[in-house]
Design a protein around this ligand. Structure first.
Ligand SMILES: Nc1nc2c(ncn2[C@@H]2O[C@H](COP(=O)(O)OP(=O)(O)OP(=O)(O)O)[C@@H](O)[C@H]2O)c(=O)[nH]1
Ligand SMILES: [Mg+2]
Length: 117
């Protein structure tokens, strides 16, 4: 079984991604989305309580083998107050020793690409 943490800022598309990858199961500080269809059983762990509850992020990461960091179009924009949580997620990944992972550019259909330079 492989557990995959789905993390990121508020409204970064975490639940939509997890719900597309698995079937909703147990829910507490985190919500499990199970996928038994592949040869390897997968559990996608939605850290849905974060950023309100830091515990949700830490629990999701602690029980997972790999993490997907959801970054929406304004997820690294300094004018977006929520972007600090993208940074906090990166620090948490580093402190918990995640050496590899996936960055999902979520909601990429919602904003046309804008280059300021
Ligand atoms: N346009 C667009 N909207 C999306 C996409 N994914 C999610 N959304 C919308 O973005 C909003 C937030 O998505 P969620 O999946 O709830 O994101 P979340 O990180 O779980 O949000 P919270 O748990 O409420 O913090 C919802 O209104 C979704 O319908 C996408 O790929 N494109
Ligand atoms: Mg959610």
């Amino acid at each position: 079984m492989t557990n995959v943490a789905i993390i990121g800022t508020e409204k970064s598309g975490r639940t939509s991604l997890a719900a597309n990858l698995g079937k909703k199961g147990t829910s507490s500080d985190i919500t499990m989305y199970n996928n038994d269809k592949e040869s390897r059983k997968m559990v996608f762990v939605d850290s849905h309580g974060y950023p309100k509850a830091l515990k949700s992020l830490i629990t999701a990461l602690n029980i997972s083998d790999i993490a997907v960091l959801c970054v929406p179009p304004d997820g690294l924009d300094r004018n977006n107050p929520a972007s600090v949580h993208t940074g906090e997620c990166i620090v948490a990944l580093d402190l918990l020793g995640f050496k590899h992972g996936i960055i999902a550019l979520t909601k990429s259909d919602s904003t046309p690409y804008v280059c300021n330079r």
